[in-house]
Design a binder for this molecule. Structure first.
Ligand code: SAM
Length: 332
């Protein structure tokens, strides 16, 4: 299906008309070149006949490409009121295919808005007809991604509608950490937590200079889709997160030594796994196995207080790491 929008003023002209200068404190970096936003839509597998939630529509460049690529419905969520007139203009031209929702995506109930706009659930083993996409400030993107990842197992929120792909723009270094294969330098807790339940790939690398204004870092579009069947029969995501955190902070040790940090006699948790491996060389499957045994282990420390609620602290750590790397790169 190809339903093109009627001719519209250029995004650059709307930005001038409505005085939409980018707010640095909101990390607003716009994509104004429709060739680029069209390409994002193509490399993300297209949106034909899909219901799409676009998070952070801004002046609406990517929104136009989504509509032009045949989306049945685009629900554009934006928290900065200044963009509403430009987005409303697009809404009027969209023949009912665009609806603008004013709000902070962190507070939006995804299932509710999808139901409100008539999205149809798909069976778990079929590709979903709902997609979510966002060119967001990187820290907001990470926060939301973790919120959505937690909804997958119970099939709540977005995932009441099937295996909804999340197509998100991240700082390149973070994207590399999400898709990192086992034994690579970037492989760690983030990769394991996401890859246990999702297939993930980088579909497009964008140099910082294509954004307006240009950020100091490059970006990548990551495509993350829940697996039909996650890796291993994971008993507790919290314990997997805990085991990964403990093991990956001791990357230089062998597994035989690193595992001791989980408690006296923790060697029994790695039975059948090569103890001379480094934590970095453990597959997701092996980490799930260790985590499941830890879950059933009578001697484990009580780590209820260390559950996934630690996301905020963990994220701050991830951001700090990125900032440090950025400073190093800038000094080279
Ligand atoms: N999509 C546009 C583009 O590609 O040109 C704008 C991208 S700009 C990097 C990010 C947009 O997300 C801004 O318009 C900002 O106001 C919006 N935004 C930031 N945090 C948000 C949140 N929590 N919920 C909804 N929108 C948000």
């Amino acid at each position: 299906m190809s339903i093109k929008l009627p001719n519209m003023p250029k995004i650059q002209d709307l930005i001038r008309l409505y005085g939409l200068s980018a707010k640095q404190q909101l990390s607003q970096n716009f994509l104004l070149d429709l060739n680029i936003t069209d390409k994002i839509c193509r490399v993300a597998g297209g949106f034909n006949d899909c219901t799409v939630i676009e998070v952070g529509a801004g002046p609406g460049g990517l929104t136009r490409s989504l509509l032009n690529s045949g989306a049945k419905k685009v629900i554009a969520v934006e928290m900065d009121r200044r963009f509403i007139p430009a987005l409303k203009m697009l809404e009027d031209a969209s023949d009912g295919r665009l609806s603008v929702v004013m709000g902070d995506m962190k507070d939006v109930n995804e299932a509710e808005i999808l139901k409100q706009f008539g999205a149809v659930p798909t069976d778990w083993d079929k590709p979903s007809k709902v997609k979510i996409i966002g060119n967001l400030p990187f820290n907001v993107g990470t926060h939301l991604m973790l919120k959505w990842i937690r909804q997958i197992k119970p099939r709540e929120g977005l995932f009441e509608f099937g295996r909804v792909p999340m197509i998100l723009m991240f700082q390149k270094e973070l994207a590399d950490r999400i898709i990192a294969p086992v034994s690579s330098h970037e492989y760690g807790r983030l990769a394991v937590m996401i890859q246990q339940e999702c297939d993930s790939k980088v579909v497009y690398d964008l140099p910082g200079k294509v954004f307006v204004p240009p950020p100091k870092v490059d970006a990548s579009v990551v495509y993350i889709e829940p697996k039909v069947k996650p890796i291993g029969d994971l008993k507790s995501k919290e314990y997997l997160e805990y085991v990964c955190r403990e093991l990956f902070t001791q990357k230089r040790k062998t597994l035989g030594n690193a595992i001791k940090c989980l408690g006296n006699g923790a060697e029994s948790l790695i039975e059948g796994i090569d103890p001379t491996k480094r934590p970095q060389n453990l597959t997701v499957e092996e980490l799930v196995k260790i985590s499941n045994r830890f879950n059933d282990w009578p001697h484990k420390k009580d780590i209820d207080m260390l559950s996934f609620r630690n996301d905020a602290r963990w994220l701050r750590g991830e951001e700090k790491k990125l900032k440090k790397e950025q400073r190093v790169m800038e000094s080279l």
